[in-house]
Design a protein. Structure first.
Ligand code: T4K
Length: 369
């Protein structure tokens, strides 16, 4: 059984076309396309309200948002991050001549392991940047304790964790700031886009200036800055999708439950678990392919691809095995045994509004062999 159309991991959730068209009419009527237009302002208010955070500054994408946050926080030298993440986490640092120092992950949560951090701290360490990988929050309290003990900053790449909570509070409220991605492939998208969420007034003001070349007034530049602004068309998409976010969350939840019930019967495959007492977007359906499964992870991947199921190996082989880090830090793997083990076993499966229960059952039938 082969699917007629390719099933993607990152197929976008797209809200009401009618509502979107109305926003677009307004954009053309106002002739205001970017540079803090009406829709961007409305989107920021609604995002901050949804997250229960003081400031949410929209950005052109998640990568530039991290770069701006890092710059606004005055980070330098070395920043500790996990290697099991999308390459943007590392690149946003290296782009600014800051060395990403790769720390191992916890075997159960796949997130940066707070117990492993201290071995990487040097006089040059300026921060820890946790990543809430696959939507599961890091052990934030433990990371904050390490950061406080060493007088370094803590921030989060929350690209995967919009709509998720930690101890009942929405992600977006922790560390110095948290950075979201609203890329098309995220369960909540604005075509391209991102945001910096923070409760720190001073940091928010700085990020806002830096995303607009450092302009504090018409002819007054106060910082080195860049162009990190979100456009009106992206804000329109974000507003539409935010108004339907519960629908997308519901779809991901029900797809996850179907995957869970059917995968439970297959020996050698295990599925990521989420804490039911917290809010979670469940946007990544992550499988681990164990030793007792008859195929290796890669054999299963190619079998699925052959059936038009474009499963992904996110985030194999780990940033430390990609350039330029592979050459710059050739021995990084010595401290990353868990990352190495997990990276070779994980497989990310399609979900979102393009996928339904019947499709999930068919996908799992392919995996039953
Ligand atoms: N930090 C973390 C932890 C991240 O995961 C990311 C991004 C970032 C930072 C940076 O945020 P942004 O600067 O991107 O806002 C995709 C996304 O482009 C990327 O945003 C995402 N993480 C990453 C995990 O996935 P690729 O290179 O794998 O994308 P690609 O083109 O292979 O697309 C993935 C699948 O989605 C394909 O099967 C095609 C399908 N697709 C894609 C698009 C764009 C669609 O069906 N429709 C579409 O419109 O990076």
């Amino acid at each position: 059984m082969k699917f007629d159309k390719t099933l993607h991991v990152g197929s976008p959730n797209i809200g009401s076309r009618e509502q979107f068209d109305k926003y677009v009419d307004g954009i053309f009527e106002r002739k205001w396309l970017t540079n803090r237009g009406e829709l961007v302002k409305e989107f920021e208010v609604k995002l901050a309200d949804y997250l229960g955070v003081k400031h949410c500054i929209t950005m052109c994408n998640g990568t530039v948002a991290i770069e701006i946050a890092v710059r606004a926080l005055g980070l330098y030298g070395e920043v500790i991050i996990p290697s099991l993440t999308f390459i943007a986490t590392a690149h946003a640092l290296q782009w600014q001549q800051i060395t990403p120092v790769f720390c191992d992950i916890d075997r159960d949560s796949y997130n940066i392991d707070p117990k492993e951090i201290e071995r990487h701290i040097t006089p040059n360490t300026s921060a820890i940047m946790g990543v809430h990988t696959y939507s599961r929050p890091c052990d934030i309290d433990a990371l904050q304790a390490v950061a406080d003990k060493h007088g370094i900053k803590l921030l989060f790449d929350a690209a995967h964790a919009f709509g998720c909570s930690y101890k009942g509070q929405m992600i977006g409220n922790f560390g110095e700031c948290e950075i979201f991605s609203f890329h098309a492939t995220k369960f909540f998208n604005s075509f391209e886009g991102g945001a910096i969420a923070t409760n720190n007034d001073e940091l928010a003001a700085k990020c806002r200036l830096m995303q607009d070349f450092g302009f504090a007034g018409m002819d007054d530049v106060v910082y080195i800055g860049t162009n990190g602004k979100m456009t009106e068309i992206c804000a329109a998409m974000g507003l539409v999708n935010l108004s339907q976010i519960d629908e997308f969350l519901g779809i991901n939840n029900s797809n996850y439950n179907v995957y869970k019930s059917v995968i439970a019967t297959i020996n050698g495959l295990s599925l990521i678990e989420f804490d039911d007492s917290e809010k979670c977007n469940k946007q990544y359906i992550v499988l681990e392919v164990g030793e007792d499964y008859p195929l290796t992870r890669d054999e299963l991947l190619f079998k699925l691809h052959g059936k038009n199921v474009l499963a992904r190996r996110y985030f194999w082989p780990g940033c430390h095995r990609m350039e330029p880090y592979k050459s710059l830090q050739p021995n990084a793997d010595v401290f990353l045994p868990v990352t190495e083990e997990v990276a070779k076993r994980i497989l990310v499966m399609p979900t979102g509004s393009a996928i339904n229960e019947i499709m999930v059952q068919k996908i799992v039938r392919i995996m039953e062999l």
